[in-house]
Design a protein around this ligand. Structure first.
Ligand code: ADP
Ligand code: MG
Length: 384
């Protein structure tokens, strides 16, 4: 019995380790816009081998290799997507695995991070001709459900909401701000629309309409700058009966998040309402970073309460959740500073993942499992 118990605990430790090392970081470079070309901007980013990103302040294509040695502006990610990468490729590399996991009743989340205009919304929502991750994920979800229709019943529900200036709004049914409530299941936005989805065709129109409801404000640095975070929640409920006619029920939730522009509020206009909003956005982004940090380090206290965004994502970050980050960047030398910031942030997120592996190697797994970890170490000593 003791041996069996040990086996169980080993599996638990392995799962914990796998879960903790699952934060994957990707970078997507968008093509140069016509406007940028007309403004005489040059490309300052080069992606090599689908992994390596070279950032240079020079326009000469041949300079990037020399710069790597001289200035060290070279980054490596789990994958880096050059300008030519299509939406399907981005979806398959970053999100497909999470859709599979959600069908197994686990949670997952995908974040797009980057400055305004870097391609976050294009990556997440896309266009009718080139639908993005949100639409491709739902399409794939329906395909996968069809393939296993013999095996129980699946129901797909969508919610689409925004966090703007620390206020939560329903993008599918605009109106008064939503109040966040905590109950046994977690934190819920009271009265949030749950749209029962049956096919992909309707979803694109629904999400595009929802996106039009997002709050956008003119700023000095950008004509229109989205300072809102948009969150699509895809909830998959699975029901079947086992051999003994008992009802089996499992729920998985996939959160797809188009974060607000990461540019510093101070870069636009310091002491105005805008900078207040900027402070709130930074508050949400900062809170997100500290939660992820705390989670992968196995900290006892995860500061979810620090922002509306992290409160909403509580059940999509911790536990049996898989997390993916996509950092969006643009090639123009005019955006050099923002691109550098985004790459630094993404690089740090990547280091958190590596740190998580080290931590779990030392068996410092989260609090609720510490007793079992101690027991495991004792059993290992006994078996030696
Ligand atoms: P963000 O949401 O980060 O502010 P957008 O997604 O709105 O940025 O992108 C800014 C502009 O660039 C849009 O006109 C968008 O269509 C275009 N764009 C972004 N990424 C790509 C891409 N990979 N391929 C083609 N056009 C893109
Ligand atoms: Mg956008």
């Amino acid at each position: 019995a003791k041996k069996e118990n040990a086996q169980e605990i080993v599996n638990l430790a392995e799962r914990t380790r796998a879960g903790a090392s699952r934060i994957l970081v990707f970078v997507r470079l968008r093509p140069m816009a016509k406007k940028e070309k007309e403004a005489g901007s040059k490309s300052c980013v080069k992606i090599v081998n689908k992994r390596d990103v070279y950032l240079t302040e020079f326009s000469n294509e041949n300079d990037y290799l020399r710069l790597k040695r001289v200035r060290g502006r070279h980054f490596t990610f789990d994958a880096s997507f050059p300008e030519s990468t299509n939406q399907q490729e981005v979806y398959c590399t970053t999100t497909e695995e999470l859709v599979e996991a959600v069908l197994q009743g686990r949670n997952g989340s995908v974040f797009c991070y980057g400055a305004t205009g870097a391609g976050k919304t294009y990556t997440m929502l896309g266009t009718v001709e080139n639908p993005g991750v949100m639409v491709l994920a739902i399409k794939d979800l329906f395909n996968k459900i069809r393939q296993r229709s013999f095996d129980g019943h699946h129901e797909v529900n969508l919610s689409y909401l925004e966090v703007y200036n620390e206020t939560v709004r329903d993008l599918l049914s605009p109106g008064r701000p939503l109040v966040l409530r905590e109950d046994k299941q977690g934190i819920l936005a009271a009265g949030l629309t749950q749209y029962r989805a049956f096919s992909t065709d309707e979803v694109m129109a629904l999400l595009q309409q929802g996106n039009l409801n997002r709050t956008t404000e003119p700023t000095r640095a950008n004509e229109t700058s989205s300072r809102s975070h948009a969150i699509l929640q895809v909830i998959v409920e699975y029901r079947t009966k086992d051999a003994l006619d008992n009802v089996v029920n499992r729920i998985g939730k996939l959160s797809l998040i188009d974060l607000a522009g990461s540019e510093r509020a101070l870069a636009t206009d310091q002491r105005t309402l805008r900078s207040l909003e900027g402070a709130n956005i930074n508050k949400s982004l900062l809170a997100l970073s500290s939660c992820i940090n705390a989670l992968v380090e196995g900290k006892k206290h995860i500061p979810y309460r620090n922002s509306k965004l992290t409160q909403l994502l509580k059940d999509s970050l911790g536990g049996a959740c898989n997390t993916v980050m996509i950092a969006n960047i643009c090639p123009s030398s005019l955006s050099f500073g923002e691109t550098q910031n985004t790459l630094h942030w993404a690089d740090r997120a990547k280091e958190i993942r590596l740190k998580a592996c080290e931590v779990s190697e030392e068996m410092q797994i989260p609090d609720s499992e510490t007793d079992q970890a101690k027991l495991l170490l004792e059993l290992q000593k006994e078996n030696r």
